[in-house]
Design a protein around this ligand. Structure first.
Ligand code: BG6
Length: 323
């Protein structure tokens, strides 16, 4: 699996530069990104990219489209395998509701449905597993959707440069104590509780899911501001949980205050915590570099606990037992 991750910068570069048929819809006011697991994380990344525009964006991780969709809505189903039942259901729903559609998959039933129904479809590379295919899929989509994105080409290229830069620190070519992904993997001994700020939900949820699928660990995520109104109280009892604080370089001033106070609280109560800071720069660079760094932590954690990161028997069990 790690070979696929070691190649992310190169895979991203190739995917973004590949000649492709771009999407040019004009005047779109509502976009729905739909996908599960790793494809859902890609939806979350797009949600953050669009968050500062007047375009209304929904992310659906399930079977149904919101009732607000119509023929002016652009629905973007994403399934790397092309066979995820929830995403197929969204595709059928979008066709029924006469939405504009562009679907992404490496093949499978999604591609077949699009072919039969003359629906726009673009292929993404399947590399090892859907979760390891994140970079190839994201940068293929950024390439295809570029004309309708609120960020420009330079920003996307800068994010690939950021991946190249951090690869040297976090990939398997550096297994020294200067590798931040490996250091965090050593530090995690119990179930992590990941605190995140507004805007960095996508890398935080991704980190949770990667630790769950790769290292087979229970993980919790909490929004830092909301947690100060409920979750924080649970620390009053001895806990079998370790807090990880994912902080954004440009966090809102009140969020920065919250980080300061929660750290004071942890110190006062002798609770050991781990801090992660986003890189400086654009939102896309911030998100992909955090996802890259933290995905490595999940793989290193698996290896340190002699767990094979690839198999996902429990997910297969569920899939085999549903219609
Ligand atoms: O992108 P796909 O193929 O629809 O898969 C979605 C998710 O499906 C799950 O069942 C996989 O195990 C996840 O790893 C994956 O991300």
């Amino acid at each position: 699996m790690y070979q696929a991750y070691d190649s992310w910068p190169n895979i991203s570069d190739v995917a973004f530069k590949k000649k492709c048929e771009k999407i040019h819809y004009k005047g779109i006011k509502h976009i729905v990104f739909a996908g599960m697991g790793g494809s859902g994380h890609i939806s979350d990344v797009f949600y953050s990219i669009f968050s500062k525009t007047k375009i209304y964006v929904d992310v659906v991780k399930g079977y149904h489209l919101p009732h607000t969709v119509d023929n002016n809505t652009l629905v973007i189903p994403i399934s790397i395998s092309g066979n995820t039942v929830e995403t197929l259901s969204i595709l059928r729903d979008a066709k029924k509701k006469k939405c504009k559609i562009v679907a992404f998959s490496s093949g499978g039933k999604i591609k077949e449905f699009c072919r039969k129904n003359k629906i726009e479809h673009r292929s993404v590379p399947f590399i090892h597993t859907p979760r390891a295919s994140f970079a190839g899929t994201l940068y293929t989509m950024l390439n295809v959707l570029e004309p309708i994105l609120p960020i420009n080409k330079k920003e996307i290229i800068r994010s690939i440069e950021t991946l190249k830069k951090i690869n040297k620190k976090i990939a398997t070519s550096n297994l020294s104590n200067s590798n931040p992904s490996l250091n965090l993997a050593y530090w995690i001994k119990k179930s992590p509780l990941i605190y995140y700020p507004w805007g960095l939900e996508s890398p935080s949820i991704r980190f949770k899911n990667s630790l769950q699928e790769n290292a087979k660990l229970h993980v919790i995520t909490e929004d830092i501001i909301e947690s100060c109104h409920n979750g924080i109280v649970a620390w009053e009892k001895n806990s079998t949980i370790q807090p990880i604080l994912i902080q954004g370089e440009k966090d809102y001033i009140k969020t920065k205050e919250r980080w300061r106070v929660i750290k004071k609280y942890f110190k006062k109560n002798k609770i050991d915590y781990w801090e992660i800071n986003s890189v400086k720069g654009d939102i896309l660079s911030k998100m992909v570099s955090l996802i890259y760094q933290l995905d490595y932590t999940s793989i290193y954690k698996a290896i340190l606990t002699k767990t094979d990161p690839t198999p996902i028997h429990s997910i297969n069990f569920i899939k085999q037992n549903i219609e």
